[in-house]
Write a protein that binds this ligand. Structure first.
Ligand code: ADP
Length: 350
């Protein structure tokens, strides 16, 4: 084969299969091997059904051969490989084989695209749902006031309080949506050097009064003082979200302990509470957008359901990881780790 074509077929990300009129494979490029997961077996010389076990693919090829026109179809998700493949069969007649169609089959792996489309659709549906509830409440309250309730000072004050509360909720939602969107865009956030312990101390001080009002003790354990190189605002947001959650989900009389720990090549911040805890079946999905383990409590405390996904995005954009251990009814430990190799200094113990 012409070396240029050979190189093209080898490097293409599109799978290419040449099938003869008897539906036997004459040529198959590496991308097609990858997509069809042939487990190292040669596909050349075998029939399409033997090689792929896909009746759907054979039917696309059959249709293109019978009708003599290109046929494009997306195959159902393959149960074994979990991939969704879009196939495009183009009939070609060679000079000496009039009436018999060769088929050039092009395969495109659309699994990722379809997955992202589903995520986007779910996201829009979730945002709409989150907006609908406060908007419906604001409308109902405003209409009741409009229809005469405004004459009653006590009722008016109560309804206006609810309206303000719902507007605050919408504002928080908007803020979190923008933060999340920004975190998703910034794969390489701008960094500066700062003392992580000092930042944690700062956040803890700011949240002392909120903790006191909730009847919860908030302690920062004596820790190392690592100087890190990271986006200060974003790491502050991570701390705020985790500390805020710990206070929200720890009942009166509870205790929250925060630690900053340094290991050889990473620094970990741990936020431990003895609050309501999380059921094991909820743990894996907790970092998803809008996933709430305790819907009622989240709503009652003004949660948007976005806090932890913001945390995950920011930490992972810094090359770090997040985690949680929890026992229902006993409490939770949320932690995040940032690798030292993205920092210019390892810091020192205090
Ligand atoms: P929310 O705004 O609802 O708090 P998050 O994304 O911050 O959203 O958290 C997702 C869910 O995880 C919460 O709704 C809550 O059910 C659970 N959660 C988060 N932090 C804690 C915690 N410290 N203790 C118990 N449950 C928690």
């Amino acid at each position: 084969m012409n070396p240029i074509f050979e190189c093209l077929l080898r490097e293409l990300n599109v799978g290419v299969i040449w099938i003869d009129p008897m539906k036997r494979i004459k040529l198959c490029n590496p991308a097609a091997y990858r997509m069809l997961n042939s487990r190292g077996q040669s596909m050349e010389g075998r029939t399409l059904i033997e090689a792929t076990l896909s009746y759907e693919m054979v039917s696309v090829v059959g249709e293109a051969q019978e009708r003599g026109i290109p046929v494009q179809r997306e195959l159902r998700k393959n149960e074994t490989t979990g991939r969704i493949i879009s196939v495009h069969a183009v009939p070609v007649v060679l000079e000496d084989q009039k009436g018999f169609y060769q088929i050039i089959l092009m395969l495109e792996d659309v699994t990722e695209i379809r997955h992202l489309e589903t995520v986007r659709r779910d996201f829009v549906a979730n945002v709409s749902h989150e907006l609908r509830t406060p908007l419906a409440s604001i409308r109902a309250m405003a209409e009741t006031l409009q229809n005469g309730a405004s004459g009653d000072a006590v009722v008016s004050a109560r309804f206006l309080e609810i309206i303000v509360g719902e507007v605050e909720r919408l504002t928080r939602l908007l803020h979190d949506l923008l933060t999340l969107s920004k975190a998703e865009q910034e794969h390489l956030p701008e960094r500066e050097r700062f003392d992580l312990y000092e930042l944690v101390q700062n956040v803890v001080e700011r949240y002392q009064s909120q903790a006191e009002m909730a009847g919860v003790q908030l302690h920062l354990q004596r820790s190392v003082k690592p100087v890190v190189e990271a986006n200060r605002d974003q790491i502050e947001q991570v701390l705020i979200n985790l500390v805020d959650n710990a206070i929200k989900y720890t009942p009166d009389g509870g205790e929250i302990n925060i630690r900053v720990m340094s290991s050889g090549n990473s620094v970990t911040v741990e936020i431990e509470d003895n609050g309501i805890g999380i059921l094991s079946q909820d743990l894996a999905r907790l970092w998803e957008r809008f996933y709430r383990a305790d819907r009622a409590r989240s709503r009652q405390s003004g949660g948007t359901g976005l806090g932890l996904s913001i945390v995950k995005h920011i930490v992972e954009a810094h090359g770090g990881s997040v985690g949680v251990e929890s026992e229902y009814g006993q409490g939770s430990v949320f932690h995040f780790t940032l690798p030292y190799n993205t920092y210019s200094s390892k810091g020192s113990s205090s």
